[in-house]
Design a protein. Sequence first.
Length: 221
Amino acid sequence: MTTSAAERLDKVREEIAKACKIARREPSEVTLVAVSKTHPAQAITPLIEAGQMVFGENRVQEAQGKWPALREKFPDVRLHLVGQLQSNKAEDAVALFDCVHSLDRPSLVAALAKAFDKAGRQVPCFVQVDIGAEAQKGGCAIADLPALLAEARAAGIPLAGLMCVPPFGIEPAPYFALLAKLADDHGLPGRSMGMSGDFPTAIMLGATHVRVGTALFGERG
Ligand SMILES: *Cc1c(COP(=O)(O)O)cnc(C)c1O
C-alpha cells in the first residue's frame, strides 16, 4: 500500500508531538527538517503543499539543480545544508541555504566568514560534532570543540547549536545525551539530532532540529 506525502507528514508530526508530550516539551520547540536529498522536485512539491516549510539537502550541487525553481514557486520555504561542505563551495552554499548544519573545521570557519562578507548576509551554523569518533563522517572531534567554537565566535559566525550523526546500528541515546550536554556546556541553544529511525528518542533528549528523510519520502533509490 502506498501512502501520500501528506499522510507521511501527518504521521511524523504525530510522532514528534507524542515524543514532546512524554518529554514535557512543546512541539513548537522542534523544527522538522525534511531531508529531500536524491528526491526530485515532483516528490518535494506535495510535501510543501501539505505545509512542510523546512527542507534539508546534503550536497550543494544537487540543491543548486532543483531548489532555485522550487524557491521561486514557494518563497517561504527554508533550506538547510545537512551534509559536508567543501570550503570552495562555501559561497555557493551561502547563496542558496538558510542554515548550515555541518561547520566542522577552522578552514570552513574562514571560508564561511569570507562568503558571508561577500554576500552581505549571514546564515546560522550548527557545529557538527564527531560524536562517535568516526572520522569519515565529518564533524569536529570533541576535544577540538572548544577551540573551534572560539574561532567561529571570533570570526562572527552566528552559531545555532551543535549537530551530530551517531554511529549506525547501535543505540543512539547516549550520543544524543552527550551532544545535549556539550551544547549546554557551551551555552548553545540548538541541537540538530535524530533521523528517521530515531527522532523520537532525540526529541526526548532535547533535539531542537530533527533531520528526517526516509520517513517522509520513502526509501532513497
Ligand atoms: C540523509 C540524512 C538524514 C536523513 O536520514 P533518514 O534516515 O533518511 O531520515 C539526516 N541527516 C543527514 C546528515 C543526512 O545525510
